[in-house]
Design a protein around this ligand. Sequence first.
Ligand SMILES: [Zn+2]
Ligand SMILES: [Zn+2]
Length: 306
Amino acid sequence: MRRCAKCSDKGTIYLPEHRLSLCKTHYLEWFESRVEKAIKSFRMFSKEDNILVAVSGGKDSLGLWHALWKLGYKADGLYINLGIGEYSELSEKKAKAFADKIGKKLHVVYLKENIMDIPTLKELQSRPACSVCGTLKRYYMNLTAKKLGYSVIATGHNLDDECAVLMGNVLSWNIDYLVRQYPVLEEGNGFVRKVKPLCLVSEKQSAMYAFLSGIDFVEDECPYAVGASSISYKLIMAKIEEESPGTKLRFYLEFIRKVRPMFALKQNVKLNPCQVCGEPTTGDVCSVCRLKMRLEASKAGMKQNF
Ligand SMILES: [Zn+2]
Ligand SMILES: [Zn+2]
């Protein structure tokens, strides 16, 4: 039986990539210190910042909010209701219950009121639901944070998420996306700063943290995410990690340290305010406003091919 490296109680959790065995109490402490380490080493934010945590009701985002709260940061939540039937209803309920439990504010934005719910959007156009959904979430997160005066948006992307995205971008050598893959996207040009404080912890570790902290989270993935390519990349990475613990961390951190700086010189995207809504865009009208115009046009009976 392994013993906790900190207190020599019976260790219940073994972390092969760190060759570390910890009891429940010291695991929670370790996890929070990993989050703090990411915040400090990537200079994400300070105790003075007003942080808006994008919560989905799942383990990662609620766990992140919990860790920030425990670490003494000023963090409220933002829930974007996508209008995906029971899945959205249940996740909103759990996000609200969690906010009440820690005594923090949860802001809610309904896609249906601002543009259209995801199921209707999916019917109307041929692009995969996840890509439109991602665009809309980023747009309303940024808009809401600015409107409510938050200086930082924190999302619950974990190491597995980052590795899956990195793998996808490497497989197609998508340099423009590789340049942008960093746990901090600085503010400016109409964008609020965006950070990923869970980038040093794996999905498994994050699930364990949420579970041991007694957080009531939604276990189901979004019903539309099934079959997304990122899921198969995660499975492949998990297989490699199992045979060689520490691979994911190395893959991600060595990219950040050695490879990304070589591309960073190339970063030169020009942004203008959207002529309709004022949010930043590379063109004249942003993608969300263009989507709205297309939806209006199709409502007006002009059948268009999306
Ligand atoms: Zn211990
Ligand atoms: Zn716009």
